[in-house]
Design a protein. Structure first.
Length: 196
């Protein structure tokens, strides 16, 4: 079954510094660290792009297997997550390649900044996913929490199926390596159940 795949571009979501600190493994912030984080946020600023591609797929359950319009996966955890869902949004989201370039560049000249850019990239892509999931809930009503390949027993190998369904390489510039890691690294794929 042919499904339409849509693309959305977002404005930068509000920065959550507490989340950046969490990714850094810091419970509190010093003045010096705060200044360094602010410098990195400013430098990343306009370089990041916030893009999502997604489709809406029917969901059928059979024992431990879920079928999305003919694409099957076995996962008890995903089945539990999608309980009560007759369809689901499958999406890929990214903040682009520039954050990877900053991480790589600063790994040589300022390792502490490189680590901060890693944390900023993680916070940025999560904030993008949160914005997108809010939009999905606004459009479709009640939704389940997003669930990504690699969570619980939802196999990471399902990334390949998501890439076949959405073709994010063409639409938002996200590719999948043989090791199932995405490039740009600050990218996410997930399933969001729609309760109807």
């Amino acid at each position: 079954m042919e499904n339409t795949v849509y693309v959305r571009t977002y404005s930068p979501p509000e920065v959550n510094k507490a989340e950046i600190l969490r990714y850094l493994g810091k419970g509190s912030i010093t003045h010096e660290l705060d200044e360094l984080i602010n410098e990195c946020i400013t430098e990343a600023g306009e370089r990041l792009s916030y893009r999502v591609c997604y489709g809406v797929f029917s969901v059928k359950h059979q024992e431990n297997e879920i079928c999305f319009d003919g694409v099957k996966v076995e996962s008890r955890d995903l089945l539990k997550n999608l309980d009560g869902s007759s369809c689901a949004v499958i999406f890929a989201a990214t903040v682009g390649i520039e954050i990877d370039r900053l991480i790589k560049r600063y790994a040589v000249i300022s390792p502490s900044k490189s680590v901060i850019f890693q944390a900023i990239g993680a916070e940025r892509v999560e904030a993008l996913c949160d914005e997108f999931c809010k939009d999905v809930a606004d459009e479709f009503g009640m939704t389940k929490p997003r669930f990504s390949p690699g969570y619980g027993d939802f196999p990471l190998e399902f990334q390949r199926e998501i890439f076949k369904l959405l073709e994010p390489e063409k639409l938002i510039g996200v590719s999948l390596g043989g090791n199932l890691l995405m490039v740009p690294s600050k990218s996410v794929t997930a399933v969001v159940g729609i309760v109807k």
